[in-house]
Write a protein that binds this ligand. Structure first.
Ligand SMILES: [Zn+2]
Length: 318
């Protein structure tokens, strides 16, 4: 419980009376703990920001055999989302009187121990903590007076070469909105116009199952030369980028300002509008090359034609 104590100390630095709830549960006799921090408890509509904070006990995808039983440091897969949530809490706390919603900062335990090549912890499934939380969610709010707006999950948001995917379980309108905001802020390579798509079993699913619109901001971790350290001992601080953390945080922050603000003075706005990707995609490069070749070809043909006409004009003088 050292980690949850650390979160509590960080939130108490923001406000010594920051409301929090510890949610204890056991998975196969192992004691686990989710932590929930609440901002603006007097507001009845709740926006949830979630992340898992546990890291995998075994580096089951490590390319080096003797590393496979070592723990994953989890700098990206665990710590990155947690770091962004703490910083978001600092920023949004300052704006709390301007906000028209309640915000939950929710840290899940027991997300990352399921089976890939092997189990993280034997017999454990993925996302145990979020499922336990949702099965007890009635204990954490008053369903007669409070309701949920949406849930935004941050998972692996701090790696170098950040590029989010179009996660297919996510509520598409919510994920589309986050992509649009990210692009408006200028983060067009992190929120690409043509993102990879797939479905990821992650902590947002438990919330979708009870009807809360939810989106997972996550990267391609299965086939990504830009960040190839998933479930290896190389998921460490060296492969983290401050700017990735910053971009994720500012996008989610702007989502709150766009939707839940009472007073629009002095709000952070990015350098939008940006409409085009800063990094040109492979297909676009190919199309550009084809156009250039075609253009050069036309010039060569015109040159040859003009030369032959000149030669013909000269002919009678011979
Ligand atoms: Zn993981």
């Amino acid at each position: 419980m050292k980690c949850t104590n650390y979160f509590i100390s960080k939130f108490e630095e923001i406000d010594s009376n920051f409301t929090y709830v510890l949610h204890n549960f056991t998975i196969h006799l192992t004691e686990c703990q989710n932590v929930l921090f609440k901002l603006n408890e007097h507001k009845s509509n709740i926006v949830i920001f979630g992340t898992h904070y546990d890291s995998r006990t075994k580096a089951t995808k490590d390319p080096i055999l003797e590393n496979k039983n070592n723990p994953v440091p989890g700098a990206n897969d665990g710590a990155s989302g947690s770091a962004v949530l703490i910083e978001l809490a600092k920023v949004l706390y300052k704006q709390r009187r301007n906000l028209s919603c309640q915000i939950w900062f929710l840290f899940f335990d027991a997300e990352d121990q399921g089976p890939d090549n092997d189990y993280g912890i034997k017999e454990w499934d993925w996302c145990e903590g979020s499922r336990e939380f949702v099965s007890d969610i009635d204990n954490f709010y008053n369903s007669a007076t409070e309701s949920f707006e949406c849930m935004i999950l941050l998972d692996m948001v701090g790696g170098v070469n950040l590029q989010f995917i179009n996660e297919q379980y996510s509520t598409s309108s919510l994920l589309d909105e986050l992509f649009a905001i990210g692009r408006q802020l200028g983060y067009t390579s992190q929120f690409p116009s043509n993102p990879d798509s797939t479905s990821i079993i992650d902590d947002h699913r438990a919330f979708l199952n009870i009807g809360i619109p939810s989106a997972d901001l996550i990267i391609n971790f299965w086939n990504n030369p830009g960040w190839s350290y998933h479930h290896t001992t190389q998921d460490d601080i060296i492969h983290i980028s401050n700017s990735s953390l910053d971009i994720t945080g500012k996008t989610v922050e702007q989502f709150i300002y766009n939707n839940y603000i009472n007073n629009s003075d002095n709000l952070y706005q990015g350098n939008f509008p940006w409409n085009e990707d800063k990094n040109i995609l492979g297909t676009e490069i190919l199309i550009t090359i084809i156009i250039i070749i075609a253009f050069v070809g036309i010039i060569i043909v015109l040159f040859i034609v003009s030369r032959s006409t000149t030669e013909k004009r000269i002919e009678p003088k011979e």
